[in-house]
Design a protein around this ligand. Sequence first.
Ligand SMILES: O=C(CO)[C@H](O)[C@H](O)COP(=O)(O)O
Length: 232
Amino acid sequence: MNDPKRLAAAAALELVVPGMKLGLGTGSTAAHFVELLGERVRAGLNVIGVPTSEATHRLAQECGISLTTLEETPELDLTVDGADEIDSALRLIKGGGAALLREKIVASASRRMVVIADGSKKVQTLGAFRLPIEVVRFGVEATRRAIIAAGAAVGCSGDVSLRMDGVGHALVTDEGHLLFDASFGRIPDPEGLALLLNAVPGVVEHGLFIGLADEAFVAGEGGIERLVRPAN
Ligand SMILES: O=C(CO)[C@H](O)[C@H](O)COP(=O)(O)O
């Protein structure tokens, strides 16, 4: 087992204790966590999980993990999820796997959020990864322009384009929305941008996760690095 993503997942698995209510993230790194958790469940561990996407729902079922919903179980102990970028303040860009909305809801409902990643996800400044922004379908071009204006107000500029599904159609998220990817390049003020995006009518949610991740396990050449969100 020397895949860094799997090593990070294994480190997070050590935080899981019997009876926990878990948020199950989305993406290739989170899938390692779900698979490893499944092995523990088959060996007798009793936990229950809320998946953050239809893909994770299917995988968790295949792995034999008992699932619940936030309607039945609105407060979770721990969410383990991947990220597209992590900075030193444990601010994240998420949504590369198009699941940011459910991921943010699940992380917000959790007492603790742990990020698992390989070393390539650590950055000095967020923004090299295109920022995913989930929007309603109505008025999508007007929303796109408002997103560009919001970015410009905090020094971010770049192309904002609809994510496609690979067969010529706009990608539709699990919640039935569309997704923009904003190529801002560098986001000098993530908090300011987050506030402005939250205020754009038509924006459902964006991939800036600020103040949500408590710690991160980042696997690299030298082993696992544990990052903790600095106190404000
Ligand atoms: O935010 C996400 C999905 O919406 C993923 O956690 C993120 O894209 C990282 O994915 P991977 O572990 O495959 O690199």
